[in-house]
Design a protein around this ligand. Structure first.
Ligand code: COS
Length: 384
């Protein structure tokens, strides 16, 4: 559903105010304590941020992809950890249910996900199955009206906080490919499910990942996502297609913030008797940032609008993720360069964002996976 122009403007202004007045001043604290202040999380729930992508009939805000992208441009202006708190509820944690869940599953879970009462996680990656997601080894063995899950999932975002996992597991051992994989809804507290210690990461402090381990974990057959075996990989791919647009939009918000930091610094910092913003080599870097941000922004909005019209945008979502995540890396690099020695110091936001931005080229599909998806799309269009 697209918001009308007035509601959209009001909603975006509210998110902008929240990000700039509440999140930005807390960035340093979040980085140092590796935690988002509970009052900020509570405010995010009150603003509906956990449920922006969930249909209104299940208690969400029901934004279309274009409106979600515009919201992400605002959210991206601050440390990515703030986005991450609600990110799995908005994206990979909830969208399998939204797209392929049964009516009963949607009614049971989506309202609590939308309100932020429970956090959801998406458990696909494994120690031996990252980019090659279809090679996953977690097994699901049918026993009467249950399945028994065994295996380990790795780097699972928000798993230490999660109340519900969408777990991709191989239910048909004879089928080593995509068709042998089923998605399960597994509640925290289920016997045989345990969460490892949170990983120590390069950046994005305040956002947490950990291993999720299944040992003889009995899950009711009613928790097969969509009620049908063998559909889990396809659900995961559709969820990732959508997630790639969401992440692209976050990259753009962060790139805009980085450019703001770099331009402000350049305007104030004097060398050779004048602000460095007066030097053309600095100006070239600012110009390159602005141009690339505009390109990424245009790509994402156009692709989001096409998705809202019901078009298949899998290839173009990969183009967006590829370009926007690489773009924010270049922008972060230039922002540090413009800051000179100060940019290497933890006192400046760009030092932190430089590390934070590195993840965008990796999660929800590396740049190399996006290239593969794009190239396959091009060849498919050709009928090759
Ligand atoms: N939507 C729906 N179905 C899709 C799809 C999509 N976007 N992409 C692939 N499929 C289907 C294919 O049509 C194929 O169907 P059939 O079994 O009927 O033939 C099946 O899924 C397998 O597809 P494919 O042969 O292309 O799978 P591959 O093993 O070659 O891998 C990639 C495909 C590499 C694209 C996939 O493994 C991938 O996206 N990897 C990255 C995973 C990732 O992003 N991980 C990040 C961590 S999760 S946050």
């Amino acid at each position: 559903m697209a918001l009308d122009a007035e509601t959209r403007a009001e909603f975006l202004a509210t998110i902008r105010r929240f990000v700039r007045e509440r999140c930005v001043p807390a960035e340093k604290q979040v980085s140092e304590t590796d935690a988002i202040p509970p009052a900020i999380v509570a405010e995010m729930k009150r603003l509906g941020l956990f449920g922006i992508s969930i249909p209104t009939e299940y208690g969400g805000v029901g934004l279309g992809m274009e409106d979600e992208a515009l919201t992400c441009f605002e959210l991206g202006w601050t440390s990515p950890a703030f986005r991450s708190v609600a990110g799995t509820n908005i994206g990979i944690g909830s969208q399998g249910l939204v797209m392929d869940g049964t009516e009963a599953q949607k009614r049971a879970w989506l309202p609590r996900i939308a309100s932020g009462e429970i956090v959801t996680s998406f458990a696909l990656t494994e120690p031996e199955a990252g980019s090659d997601a279809a090679s996953l080894r977690t097994r699901a063995r049918r026993e009467g009206d249950h399945y028994v899950l065994d295996g380990t999932k790795r780097f699972i975002t928000n798993s230490p906080q999660a109340g519900l996992f969408t777990v991709m597991a191989r239910s048909d051992p004879a089928n080593k490919g995509a068709g042998g994989i089923t998605a399960f809804l597994v509640e925290t507290g289920t016997k045989g499910l345990s969460i490892g210690k949170p990983n120590k990461k390069m950046g994005q402090q305040g956002a947490h990942t950990a291993d999720v381990v299944f040992e003889d974990c009995r899950v009711p057959a009613a928790n097969v996502l969509g009620g049908v075996e063998g559909k889990g990989f396809y659900t995961a791919m559709k969820v990732l297609d959508r997630g790639r647009l969401h992440i692209s939009a976050i990259c753009i918000g962060l790139a805009e913030r980085l450019l703001h930091e770099a331009a402000s610094y350049a305007a104030g910092r004097k060398q050779f008797g004048q602000p460095i913003a007066g030097f053309q080599l600095i100006q070239a870097m600012l110009a390159d940032c602005r141009t690339e941000i505009l390109a990424a922004r245009s790509m994402v909005l156009e692709t989001a609008r096409r998705r809202d019209r019901g078009e298949d945008v899998a290839t173009d979502a990969a183009c967006c993720k590829y370009f926007a995540s690489e773009m924010v890396g270049r922008v972060a690099d230039r922002a540090v360069q413009i800051h000179g020695g100060a940019g290497y110091m933890a006192d400046y936001a760009v030092e932190r964002f430089y590390r934070d931005a590195r993840l965008f080229r990796i999660y929800e599909g590396t740049s190399q996976i996006q290239q593969i998806v794009i190239a396959r799309g091009v060849l498919k269009e050709l009928g090759a």
